[in-house]
Design a protein around this ligand. Structure first.
Ligand SMILES: [Zn+2]
Ligand SMILES: [Zn+2]
Length: 149
């Protein structure tokens, strides 16, 4: 095997591992999370390499990059779906609704001069985790007196 082939194999392997990680982790991991994940197998991979490969795979149409609160997240799920985005922690969850997809596409058909191929709706709010941690942070108002002036 020529050295160039070897190098080529190495890059392919990195991309395969990155893709595999994203297919297993559908929570839209960030570059850091992908790096932490693939480092378990590719111990010598650098974060810059992970980033470069993520960009490459996105350009090739094998990944989708989504930006939440200025942070790039990646996913390998190309089935049209919607997202629930937490305004507090920036987490992102898939949300599936056939009804919403159908409805969006129906509206899209009426848009003139623009051909729609897919649709995705983002719902912004507060996730369960953040809601629960907020609740426990809030000091319990003990015995609010009604005779306060
Ligand atoms: Zn949250
Ligand atoms: Zn998604």
């Amino acid at each position: 095997m020529k050295p160039t082939d070897k190098a080529g194999m190495k890059y392919t392997n990195q991309r395969v591992e990155i893709l595999a990680f994203l297919r297993e982790h559908d929570g839209h991991p960030t570059v850091d999370e992908v790096y932490d994940g693939v480092r378990q197998k590719l111990t010598r991979i650098s974060k810059a390499t992970v980033y470069k490969n993520l960009k490459f795979l996105t350009e090739k149409g094998l990944l989708e990059e989504v930006n939440v609160k200025g942070v790039s997240r990646f996913e390998a799920n190309f089935i049209p779906h919607h997202h629930l985005i937490c305004r507090e922690c920036g987490s992102m969850e898939d949300f599936n609704s056939e009804q919403l997809l159908d409805y969006s596409m129906k509206i899209a058909e009426e848009i003139e001069g623009f051909t729609i191929v897919s649709t995705s709706t983002n719902f912004y709010g507060i996730c369960k985790k953040c809601k629960e941690s907020k609740k426990s942070e809030e000091p319990k108002k003990s015995g609010e007196s009604e005779d306060e002036i």
